[in-house]
Design a protein around this ligand. Structure first.
Ligand SMILES: [Zn+2]
Ligand SMILES: [Zn+2]
Length: 315
């Protein structure tokens, strides 16, 4: 049996604290250390100390994905622990010095019809923390690997949709599941816009990937979900069904709007979110593009490009 402990780590973000998990079976393993700022470091060290564990006792650090609230402290902790960081290759590519987050997304934001001043607002609403970087000992994973422990094991599952290299960890014997940001109790994770690294002129089909992942989850034996934020999920099947329903409803709503309007992604986004600003607009556009790409791929919506902006209407 795996001995799992949750350590709540503060973040400077609206999303609130992040959950870090210690698996206190040899070799001691930590999932998602949290963001890189003093309060989080303190909370992590205190949390570990309360469990009688020093950073040097850790043998592995696993990252569910590269968002800075989850992984910022990985480099620091890996140095302190002399332990490797396990991360999917599609997330690792974003954890290198000089990675230009908006640079590779800018063409898509322009295509969305976003006015110049709103784009400025997004770019000026900068992250309070520096972009995390990994160096030192890194173990690239791709999903399917099994981490062995004294008394149990965790299988890594590649679960894209919120992040292209998102991994979840499944304890097949006891039904524990570390979902990262793939499935949360209180909120629906954003299908964040991502470039296809093999063809940077295209976006990844993030909603298709996400819904496929949710359907896969339904087939697993999940007793308890330990998410990246908030409370554990006991009624796992209900949470999965709710997430699927949420997106189905949203898809229907987008489809209804495009029956009468031929709109760009920014116009659709403003219909749903008239007041949001800055980074929230980026997330809003991300979400709407995920729905539009899904509907275009399914033939329910057609896309038409005019003057560099994509417009959508119901087929
Ligand atoms: Zn995330
Ligand atoms: Zn998160």
């Amino acid at each position: 049996m795996l001995n799992i402990y949750k350590i709540k780590i503060p973040t400077p973000y609206q999303s609130g604290p992040v959950n870090s998990y210690l698996i206190k079976n040899e070799p001691y393993t930590l999932v998602d250390p949290g963001p890189d700022y003093p309060m989080a470091r303190e909370a992590l060290l205190e949390g570990l100390a309360a469990l009688g564990v020093a950073p040097a006792d850790l043998a592995r650090i696993v990252l569910t994905h590269s968002h800075s609230d989850h992984c910022g402290l990985a480099r620091w902790l890996s140095d302190k622990a002399c332990a490797p960081v396990y991360v999917h290759r599609l997330e690792r590519r974003k954890l290198v010095p000089g990675y230009d987050y908006y640079g590779e997304r800018l063409p898509f934001l322009r295509q969305s019809g976003l006015p110049g001043e709103v784009l400025e607002e997004i770019l000026e609403d900068s992250d309070p923390l520096e972009m995390p970087v990994l160096n030192g000992r890194v173990e690239e994973v791709q999903g399917g690997e099994v981490l062995g422990f004294e008394g149990g094991s965790l299988r890594l599952l590649h679960m894209p949709g919120h992040a292209p290299g998102h991994i979840c960890l499944h304890d097949c014997e006891q039904g524990n599941f570390f979902s990262g940001d793939f499935l949360l109790k209180e909120i629906t994770p954003n299908p964040v816009m991502e470039v296809d690294p093999t063809d940077t002129s295209r976006r990844l089909p993030v909603l298709t990937q996400y819904l496929e992942g949710l359907r896969l989850l339904k087939t697993l034996d999940l007793r308890l979900i330990w998410p990246g934020h908030g409370q554990n999920i006991e009624n796992t099947m209900e949470a999965i069904a709710r997430a699927i329903r949420h997106h189905e409803r949203r898809l229907e709503a987008v489809l209804r709007i495009l029956e009468e309007n031929c709109w760009n992604a920014y116009q659709v986004m403003r219909y749903f979110y008239p007041k949001i600003k800055g980074f929230q607009v980026f997330l809003g556009i991300s979400e709407i593009l995920a729905y539009l790409d899904y509907l275009v791929a399914g033939g329910q919506v057609t896309r038409e490009d005019r003057n560099g902006i994509s417009y959508y209407r119901r087929t």
